[in-house]
Design a binder for this molecule. Structure first.
Ligand code: 13P
Ligand code: 13P
Ligand code: MG
Ligand code: MG
Ligand code: MG
Ligand code: MG
Length: 381
């Protein structure tokens, strides 16, 4: 069976400020998913949230970009938006940027990551397992560094030295500033590692779109690399990317995929979507309530049975005391960075603030600049 894994997530409203969706919103989406499983649209589905973003994780046989699947997710988000509106929640419907998109909803606001594979539970995948990362308060390239390290650096993934992976992975890197269609370059790790790094260093412009095994041609990872402000033309909250990563066997093991997150690396996001702050790994269904508005990332894992259904239990990768140490370090990096408030590297550069209110404040001031009389160039005097 050709199986597709789709993860579609949106920020459609939250309780007490931009913290988490309400219980009734979650129930609304879960109800829609249950119906879609019942009527055969989906094989299986799971709903969770990271901060105030709700993610729907689905298996089905309708392929990537299926208008039925996308329209289903849109309608499920509309149902939760209507709950959010009735309850007077903050930012109701925030990420549903188009009025009524037809077909595929990529580019309409929600984050979309999808990948497909032949699911026969035979070589090279006698068992199918995967993880879904979901981030909140976070820029679109938040996975650039951790996925590069997991799929291109044996210091993080010793498995790259084993025969099934030693030929490396092909990175599809997308130019997120290009809004008329997807503009993608394919680069092979390890041969092109420096070129890959030269692009991925810019988390705001270039993102990983997918990663493919060079030995088996199987897709290992898919990321929702899209910028909300490129879609909306103005600031509408942070991009908050999701990623699907298949693991084990011909792909890195879970520990090799999550270990780069121990860095709590600095990303764009946080308060007003305008700061540079460490990415804190958290359990699924964690609200954003700490001091500042730290970028957070969750990671949930499933196995898939021969019918394409999820295992009855899931693994919550960051819900482990080992990550307490990383969370403490993330918090102390955050306190250190924010001790300099708005100054320099603590906030994103002006170009990134372009679509937000900070730009309006500065533009108004730029109009008030005057050349000093005694310094006017002679030609102008
Ligand atoms: P297990 O013995 O639990 O399967 O551990 C396998 C392993 O190699 C970890 O990467
Ligand atoms: P959201 O994208 O979660 O709404 O984050 C918005 C923000 O700017 C945080 O201050
Ligand atoms: Mg929000
Ligand atoms: Mg959000
Ligand atoms: Mg957002
Ligand atoms: Mg084992």
């Amino acid at each position: 069976m050709r199986l597709t894994l789709s993860v579609i997530k949106a920020d459609i409203g939250s309780v007490g400020g931009h913290t988490k969706p309400s219980t009734r919103m979650m129930a609304a989406v879960e109800g829609e998913v249950a119906k879609a499983i019942c009527n055969g649209l989906l094989i299986d589905g799971f709903v969770c949230h990271t901060g105030d973003d709700i993610a729907i994780i689905m298996t089905h046989t309708r392929g990537e970009g299926s208008s039925e699947i996308h329209q289903f997710a849109w309608k499920a988000f509309l149902a939760a938006t209507s709950v959010a509106k009735t309850s007077g929640l903050y930012g109701a419907g925030q990420d549903l940027l188009a009025d009524a998109p037809s077909g595929n909803i990529r580019g309409a606001g929600p984050g979309v990551a999808e990948l497909s594979f032949d699911h026969s539970l035979s070589s090279p995948r006698p068992a199918e397992s995967f993880m879904v990362f979901a981030a909140d308060k976070c820029g679109p390239g938040a996975y650039n560094l951790p996925l590069y390290l997991a799929f291109a650096d044996p210091m993080y993934c010793a498995g790259l030295m084993l025969p099934p992976m030693i030929r490396g992975f092909r990175f599809h890197v997308i130019d997120m500033d290009h809004t008329a269609g997807d503009s993608v370059i394919e680069l092979d790790a390890p041969a092109d590692n420096y070129h890959i790094a030269a692009l991925l260093r810019d988390n705001e412009r270039f993102g990983i779109d997918r990663i493919v095994s060079q030995t088996h041609g199987e897709v290992a990872a898919a990321v929702s690399a899209q910028r909300l402000h490129a879609i909306a033309g103005k600031y509408t909250g942070k991009d908050d990317p999701v990623a699907i990563i298949r693991n084990q066997g011909i792909f890195p093991a879970p520990e090799e995929i999550v270990s780069p997150f121990a860095k709590a690396h600095f990303v764009g996001g946080d308060a007003r979507g305008s700061h540079v702050m460490p990415l804190m790994p958290v359990p699924i269904n964690t609200p954003v309530t700490g001091m500042y508005c730290l970028p957070i990332v969750s990671c949930v894992g499933f196995s898939i049975d021969k019918e394409g259904r999820f295992s009855e239990s899931y693994t919550d990768f960051f819900d482990n005391p080992a990550w307490d140490e990383v969370r403490r370090r993330a918090q102390s990096k955050a306190i250190e960075m924010r001790s300099q408030g708005w100054s320099g590297a603590a906030m994103l550069p002006y170009s990134e603030l372009e679509y937000g209110g900070f730009r309006d404040t500065v533009s108004a001031l730029l109009k008030r600049f005057r050349l000093r009389e005694e310094r006017k160039p002679e030609a102008a005097a």
